[in-house]
Design a protein around this ligand. Structure first.
Ligand code: FE2
Ligand code: FE2
Length: 256
């Protein structure tokens, strides 16, 4: 089974790139199951219910979130209409939404879990290690993937080594920059950060002039996503019939 994971969809051009390319990527890599992190999909921060449906219609099976999960308040009132949407389980507020689900694919039960790191991240209710133990006690699945939305590489690597015996993949998100450390160890795939699907010429998705005004000149600015054409970043994970990962391959399609 081939599982595609696409990193943080960011802004209008990120959404457009994913909608334009997802069917082609699925065909090219014979993808059976697709997970997309959509935490930056709505103007760079958060997601709306209509964007959730846009990404699902484009071919996603599950959408995960991150620290910007509720930046667009509208989504909190429509969680019931978004059955395949996850939010980090250890980030305040702890409601609404869920951090884990199981979805059938080709006769396999695929579990997907969304957690946040605790280092350099705001509003964390407890360490991802503790939340993960609790979720695993209740999860009954053949394949288990975790989107660990975290800043610190050390925390992501530790998470991988603590849980790899019980997981098929640990996929890091949040930094928006794809790392080159993907590996499979004893049947569990890992990458520290999958990268983003968002504006390539930008500051991790944000408008360069706006960030310059803020960081160099100290001006108070309003977050503005870059309108530059998007890079697509993801990984393809192949899982055997025993539910263990066999390979992980980085995908990166740059616009220039
Ligand atoms: Fe993000
Ligand atoms: Fe994030």
């Amino acid at each position: 089974m081939n599982i595609l994971f696409l990193g943080d969809v960011t802004g209008r051009t990120g959404r457009a790139a994913v909608v334009r390319r997802l069917a082609g990527l699925k065909k090219q890599y014979a993808v059976d199951f697709t997970v997309i992190n959509g935490e930056n999909a709505a103007h760079g921060k958060g997601i709306t219910s209509s964007i959730y449906h846009e990404l699902m219609d484009a071919g996603a099976d599950v959408i995960t979130l991150g620290n910007h999960m509720f930046s667009k308040h509208e989504i909190t009132e429509h969680m019931d209409e978004c059955p395949w949407l996850l939010r980090p389980g250890n980030q305040f507020p702890l409601t609404p939404g869920k951090a884990a689900l199981v979805r059938e694919c080709l006769g396999h039960r695929i579990g997907v879990i969304n957690l946040s790191g605790s280092i350099f991240m705001d509003s964390i209710s407890e360490s991802p290690f503790m939340t993960m133990e609790r979720i695993l006690k209740e999860m009954d699945a053949d394949v288990i993937l975790v989107d660990l939305h975290a800043e610190a590489t050390s925390e992501k690597e530790l998470f991988f080594h603590l849980f790899r015996d019980r997981l098929s993949a640990v996929i890091g998100t949040h930094t928006h920059v794809q790392t080159a450390d993907e590996m499979v160890l004893d049947g569990c795939a890992y990458i520290s950060d999958v990268g983003m699907c968002g504006p390539y010429l930008s500051i991790i998705g944000r408008d360069i002039k706006e960030v310059t005004a803020r960081m160099v000149k100290g001006e108070r600015t309003r977050y503005k996503p870059s309108e530059a054409p998007a890079v697509i970043c993801g990984v393809l994970i192949t899982v055997g019939t025993d539910g263990r990962a066999v390979s992980i391959q980085r995908i990166q399609e740059r616009p220039i």
